[in-house]
Ligand binder design. Structure first.
Ligand code: CP
Ligand code: NVA
Length: 301
């Protein structure tokens, strides 16, 4: 069964899904294409955007979603993931999961007879990357010749952007302190995609190098869910990487600021940037709904 656990799973469909999301947002897909369909949503971590946008998205497409906190599932008491997958497959048409460990989602999809969609793991956040690209396309009209810079922790959000950007013909740079580089395997694949599409990937701890000729400046929290024990060290290590006015001034004229949210003003981003005229963070959050409706349509219809 086809699942969406990583951007690599939609390597050949990325443009199609983004175009479908634009059509859905414009109201061009009529009726209730997912009438009678049910999505199970398993959450092992907190969520505002992912939970609400999947739930509302299913409703708007004519289906329904069931929220399942992993604490309340038998899985939380040790029922094997394989049994959970096989049983849920008998009840629902798709499973969305936000998990602590990426490998658990791989395991779930291995035993599931219905599509599994990742709503974030420690490794990737593919649905976020789709919404981000929809936002960039809306803002600039196309991806051609655009460069995105991710500033901060080479985390799940950064990893998915590293895969999606070259697939759409964009250059990407990452400005991160030593020791916080993106996942090595993802980086290798990102470079492969960049070679295939004549784009460039740059990883540097030097902000000035990474921000050269950049149209989109993207950041995320310094302390992701699960990294709380390293909070003090991370706050020190990332301090020089705060996205503020001074840093935005290095980017191209007309550059936009993006953040997957939730954000901490005064840490990874200054309030004047995230609440200022270059910020598109609420369009980006709204686009989670439209991009995911495209994903749901593609996988569940
Ligand atoms: N960006 C994002 O995934 O937000 P939530 O954690 O609120 O779902
Ligand atoms: N990197 C963050 C993203 C939250 C949407 C985290 O994993 O907590």
């Amino acid at each position: 069964m086809d699942s969406l656990l990583s951007v690599r799973d939609i390597k050949d469909e990325v443009s199609y899904i983004i175009d479908l999301a634009s059509q859905i947002k414009a109201g061009e897909i009529e009726g209730k294409p997912l009438e009678g369909k049910t999505l199970a949503m398993i959450f092992q971590k907190s969520s505002t955007r992912t939970r609400v946008s999947f739930d509302v998205g299913m409703y708007q497409l004519g289906g329904r979603a069931i929220f399942l906190s992993s604490n309340d599932l038998q899985m939380g008491r040790g029922e094997p993931i394989s049994d959970t997958a096989k049983v849920l497959s008998r009840f629902v048409d798709g499973i969305m999961i936000r998990a602590i460990e990426h490998d658990d989602v791989v395991e779930l999809s291995k035993y599931s007879d219905v599509p599994v969609i990742s709503g974030l793991t420690n490794l990737e956040h593919p649905c976020q990357a789709l919404a981000d690209m929809l936002t960039i396309k809306e803002h600039f009209g196309s991806f051609e010749g655009k460069k995105i810079c991710f500033v901060g922790d080479g985390n799940n959000v950064c990893n998915s952007l590293l895969l999606i950007a070259p697939l759409l013909g964009m250059d990407m740079s990452v400005a991160c302190p030593k020791g916080y580089e993106p996942n090595e395997e993802i980086l290798k694949l990102s470079e492969e995609y960049a070679n295939e599409n004549n784009t460039e990937i740059t990883i540097s701890d030097d902000i000035n190098v990474a921000l050269d000729n950049v149209d989109i400046v993207y950041t995320d929290v310094w302390v992701s869910m699960g990294d709380e024990a390293e909070k003090a060290k991370r706050e020190t290590d990332f301090a020089p990487y705060q996205v503020n006015k001074e840093l935005m001034d290095i980017a191209n004229d007309g550059a936009i600021f993006m953040h997957c949210l939730p954000a901490i003003r005064g840490q990874e981003v200054s309030a004047d940037v995230i609440d200022g005229p270059q910020s598109v963070v609420y369009d980006e959050a709204e686009n989670r709904l439209h991009a995911q409706k495209a994903v749901l349509y593609h996988y569940l219809k």
